[in-house]
Structure formats: structure tokens, C-alpha cells
Design a protein around this ligand. Sequence first.
Ligand SMILES: [Fe+2]
Length: 473
Amino acid sequence: MTVEFEAARLGPILYYRGLKGDALQVAAMVLLPIGEEPDLLEAGDAQHAPKLLREIGRNAIWRYDFTLTQSNGTYHLGDQSYSVQTDLTGDMRIAFASCNGEEEGDLDRDQEERNLMWAHMCDAHRRAPFALLLQGGDQIYADEATQGHPLSEAWPDKADRPRNAEELEDLADHLRQRFAERYVQALFGEAPRWIMARVPTLAIWDDHDICDGWGSLYRSKTYSEVGQCLYRVAREMYLLFQHAAVEADIPDLFLDKTGTSLSWQRALPGVTLLAPDLRAERGRRQVMGAYGWSATEAMEPGTEHTFLISSVPLLGPRLSLVEGLMMMIPTMQKYEDDLRDQWQSRAHRDEWVRMLKQVLKWRETAPVTVLSGEIHLATRAEMGPDEMRVHQLVASGIAHRAPPQGYARSLGTLAGLGDAPVSGHPIRIHPLPGQKHRYTAERNYLELRRTGGTWHAVWHLEDSGDTEPMALE
Ligand SMILES: [Fe+2]
């Protein structure tokens, strides 16, 4: 079932902004047909009028900025009331999901089947509420947005040159509508809509929020006028739908005030969340550029626990061997872009080491856990030694179906190789608690649970159910 973007109605979708004392600062976004007057939002004793963020096609996107207190976490909009978990001082739950869609035909999937794990998350929330929903990349799959316009029809195989600015702006309009349509699709389903009205979200993007392999494509594509137009629109829509923000909000929400890198840092009591932007500046020979590195090196770790969101897994098997091998086999070269997209690519070795050393520096202050998605499998990894252990939890995808078991097994065998890019800090891939193989090929999302001051991770797996809680220390 495809939602008709032309006359859509969406929201509220809740976004986490930060803490002011013990009050939660949030934003709520609604999308309405132009001309429809949005209601006032009520929180505590205050009424809030929304601000118009922008119009796309026949729809307008509005944002309410408000705070929720620890004693009153309920807000009202229209005839609905929404309760938000605002007591964050003791036990706490955070959900982490990634890969919310598929490359082909995602708009036409059966909604109930597509959103099964979102429904699961809603049930979990009813039993014990999540305080935050982290989204680790590929919140939409925009791959097909380039279809249906003569300039981008053959993307990424071919990037045609526009004859003039009008043609390029026509493409921008086309893409804007297509991206918005996908965001509406991703957010309007019963389960995602329900959870996102009640749990504030924080998101970082990955390639499919732009296009498959963005940044790892050849420069002739990325830096073509069509490529740059695609990036400009994807970024606009990412800000709008994943952060309820426009260009002017960048200095308030992101670390790099120029907005070149959209890296961010947030905190909740006793936990710090760091999210370097691994897409904005990506190129064939770099994961981040000057702005991303400045933002990352300015990040401050938590004093009790730090979660680092790395849209692409930071701790992985020794892929450089595979990459070398693949380059020697002509038929395999087409997979090179996929490998280029990984931290473990030979082209990114120096930067990978730089990032791992940064993580080890943060680790001196408090435990660091890396959260990651991207691979449409669930797995975990550790970087040693034990006394400096860094966990990596991979949960992907919530809506993207898993690749075949055979693929997961081969990857598991390969992952047996391990790696130690920083000497004395070996990386090992491990199965999830209760699983025999290193990679679990099922749809999934992750739950991070703080009880009595200790963090545990639970994977919610579509077929195998919930894993035993795993301590993060
Ligand atoms: Fe993905």
C-alpha cells in the first residue's frame, strides 16, 4: 500500500533535543496539507504554537518546540494525549534500530509485514517504556528516488549534464517530492507512527538516506551536477524529517556550525551519545573530512557510559584481504564500492586507526559501546584487551529483510580472521548470546537497558526471540 504524498497527514513525530535541568527538551513535527491550520500543542500548563519549517508539494511541515518535566511527561495534540518517559535518573531503556526499508519496491510492501519489528518495539514499550529511540542509518531507502526524471534516470551508471539551471531545479523538485514520499511512507505506518509519537528520536544518516554507496562512488558521479543536486536535496530532507530542522537550526543541533559535517553529541543523565557523520564528507579516499574530524575530536565522552553511533560498523573483520582478492577477479570488481564503504577498506586504514585511537582515548574516562547497523544482520564484536574492552553491538535491519543464511555463514567464517589495526587491541567478532554463529540473519532491533546503574544489551530477533541480556562492561 503506497501512501499518497499529495495529501498526506503525519505526526506528531518526536525529536530529542537535550536536557535543561531535569526537564526534557523535545520537538514535535507534523505534516499537513497546505492551508490546514495546525492545533496548539499542550504540555504542562503551557500551550505551544508551531513554527512552519517549509512546504513541499501540497504539504506543510510544522514544528513545536517544548519541554516535558520529570513529574509530567504527557503532551496533548488534537484530541490525543501522548505519554513520554521523562524520569531518566534511574533505570532506563533506549531502543536502537537501523535499515528501515529496502532498496527496491519498499513503497509497495505490505505495511504489516514491513513494520513487524516496529510493532514488536511498540509492545516492548508498553511493557517497559523506552526513553529514547536511536536510529543508526538508512532510515529510508531513497535509491529509487532518482527514477522518473530524465537527468537522473540512469543514476549512478550515468550522470547526465543539465543544459541550464531550470533543468537542474526541476530535478531538485522531483527528488524533493520523492524523498518526502519515502519519509512519509516510513513514518506513517501504524507501528512506527505510534512509537515515534511517544519516544523522542535521535538519528544519524547512512548511504541509503542519500543513495546506495554515497561517497564511495567515483568522483565523476559524486561531484557531477546531478550528484551534487541529489546530495543537496537528500540533506535538506534528512534535516527536515530526521531532525525536524532547517539550515538555520544547524548551529543549535550539530557540532560543526558550518553544517558541512552533521555530527552531533547529546546526553541523558549518566549517558553520553556521540554520532560522527560518516556520510557528509565521505569520498573514495576518506571517511570523514576536516569538519567531521574536528567535530569528532571535540566530542566529550560520558563520565559513566558513552554510546558511539557508527552508522558503518567500526569493529569488523579483516576486509582488506577480501578487497585485495576481489580486485584481482574482474567479475568481483563491482562489489568494490561496497567494500570501499567500510572502515576496514584498505583505502581507509589510516583513518580507521585514527578513529579507534579516539575511541580508546574516550575509553579512559568511562566504558564505550559502539552501536552500529548497515549490514542487515545482527552481530557483536569486542576490542581488547579485557581491562580496556570496547563492545560493538550491531542491529540491522528493522525493516530490511536479512540476506541468505549462507551469506551470513561465509561472513562468519571470514570474521574468524579478526584484526588488530591498533597493536595490543585485537578485534574479535562474536555470536550474540545464545546464538551459534557470528552473524544472525533475522530482522532485529536492539534494546539498551540500564538497571541498578549497569547497562545490558538485548537483541530482539524476529524468529529467535529476545537474547539473554548481555552486560556492557
Ligand atoms: Fe541498510
